[in-house]
Design a protein around this ligand. Sequence first.
Ligand SMILES: [Zn+2]
Ligand SMILES: [Zn+2]
Length: 488
Amino acid sequence: MRRADQRPVRGCRVPAPDGQSGSEHHGDDEGVCLYLDGLSRDLHGDPERARNDQVIRSWLRNNGYEVIEIAVSDLDDPAAMTRHFKRLANLLRRDDVRERLRTDEKWFQGATPSAARASVQRFSLRLVHPAPEERYVGCLPVPRSPATLGAMRALVAEGAGKVSLVELPDPVPGPGEAVVRVRAALTCGTDLEFLERGHPKVPFPVTLGHEFAGEVESVGEGVPFRPGERVTSTVTAPCGACPECRAGRENLCASAFDAPLFGAYAERLLVPARIVRQGLRRVPENVSDGAAALLDPLASVIRGISRLALGSRATVLVAGAGPIALMFTSLLRLQGARVLVLGRRPARVAILSAYGAEALDPAGGIEEQVRAMTDGRGVDAAIDAAGDPELVASLARLVARGGTLLLFSGMSREVVLRIAASRVHYDEVDVIGSFHYRPSDASDALALIASGALPCAALVDGAQPLGAWREAFDRHAAGEGMKTVLLP
Ligand SMILES: [Zn+2]
Ligand SMILES: [Zn+2]
């Protein structure tokens, strides 16, 4: 296990320039500090403040601090900002800060000046105390002795296939942010995918895990949650302003995945302000942590079903037999649909059968079986919850005229499907997709979990301490049981 070599970001007092107020530099183990210019001089054009900044700078330098100055003109200059961030990144040998910096740096290259300014302010708020008028600045203390650190265990992927349990500094919430003590984090195929090939929207290194529930531990300014409250969360927060959001398709919001919430395979998780505002939800008392952590996948399934216009007594084929297929089965059965299931793993198929699905024999002629079970018509809808391109192409043959084929599972970008055009034209088979979920789907998901109508105990049927993450992933990859809850 590796130990990170820095303590959490926090404010740190330096003498007030006028020598009258705010004086001490507390903490005795700090050796080097870093000060991001509070922008007060340039933003306010105030000679008094300029003098103050001079005093603060020389105090910092005389006391062994590194100083990075960001001028206002730099804000409109992506190259200058990139230089600052690089220097900062080199100074900070801390993985989670480096990750944050890389994200900001990349983002800067396409940012408008005003957006860049907002980002720097956000960034500054995160790293330094934002109140120059109080005559003290914030610092990032780098202690001499790593042994004094507050640290937490986290499962970090440094690259595809490179995963290890490391110690990271405890996160500290900035304005609008919350730190959640994770009590339950579920295994999910998305995290497995991360291990194998990464994610186009999330750069390495990344702390894995995104289906979770826990307890609010600390909050920044302006957060409408109190420490001790039990919470779960969506993974993204749509912007609410783009054409997709305005059309009620927030799941397609282009900026929602700019800062997805990952990092639940850790003792603590920092929830960004945008997700605190829109994604974080209180967990009803009667819902266990493991069940509450199902919010994210269940919301996706609810979105998937909302894409289908199913009449009563519809027959639906679900391809796949994992947790997602079990969620589809349960929800469809609740709506009165008949569910046929096509899965490769008999143990999982048996679980789905126990919840009302009729199993097809994957070794036999699938088309013949489906025709025999549907008076020759085919199914009203077929849902791909397996992500196998060959299988998806064959599903198109099983759909009744006027029916729907729903592509639910993600497939890699290179995949091209071969589906007979005659099915789409002459038979009016709709081939549609569904991706992620809207905030309303997430609310419906939590309400459904709380109603007790979902077989949560069957969906989360294994538990391991975080240290046994490998066993949990192996179990997931082998398709044994459904989801394992990791207990950090
Ligand atoms: Zn997931
Ligand atoms: Zn949007």
